[in-house]
Design a protein around this ligand. Sequence first.
Ligand SMILES: *Cc1c(COP(=O)(O)O)cnc(C)c1O
Length: 227
Amino acid sequence: MNILEQNRQHILNQIRAAETAAQRLSGSVQLIAVSKTFPAAAIRELYAHGQRAFGENYIQEWQEKIGQLTDCPEINWHIIGNIQSNKTRTVAEHAHWLHTLDRVKIAQRLNAQRPAHLPPLQICIEINIANETAKHGIRPDELLPLAQQILDLPNIHLRGLMCVAAATADDHILRQQFNQMADLLRQLQTIAPQADTLSMGMSGDMAVAIECGATMVRVGTAIFGRR
Ligand SMILES: *Cc1c(COP(=O)(O)O)cnc(C)c1O
């Protein structure tokens, strides 16, 4: 077995163990393999073993990989980086998910640019849960007003929330932030009952995120190695 696939199997085992520990259904957490900075060949390798969901941050790099991966038609692309409004067209035309929505203007552009033959773009709103100026995302109190403004756009589908938690190994702080995300999802569900997604947890904090209700974890380093 290839080393990347070994790493992926190890992560999948950790995900299953964390689901069990949290008394959650097996399979309720999806692995997004974050392939930024790694070549198309690494993606193709995992695709051959069944991985379908890949996360990318940088639009230009991603665009190049799309061109190189026409032999992997079932890839589900998850855009997890902050996007400028001049990059929305590529996202609208090629992505399945955008995890990092933080402005109504981006939502309107994606809605207008989503090709008619594709299903709606699946969207998570990014919350700056660590409340750090260097991080993207909106404040918790901005959530419902933003959600309200994008709910009626037919070509995007609001699915939930995403965060990057504080860079700490302190489980207590992580748990507090991830629990607050779960709370916010419940608030969101009062106006968007279809919202079912919590995109949270990375290589370093995945287990705590799953304990707190993550439905998608975004793992890069632990699969592909250090960037
Ligand atoms: C790079 C990145 C990840 C993956 O982080 P690792 O620590 O390498 O697992 C997850 N989420 C976002 C938003 C990222 O930018």
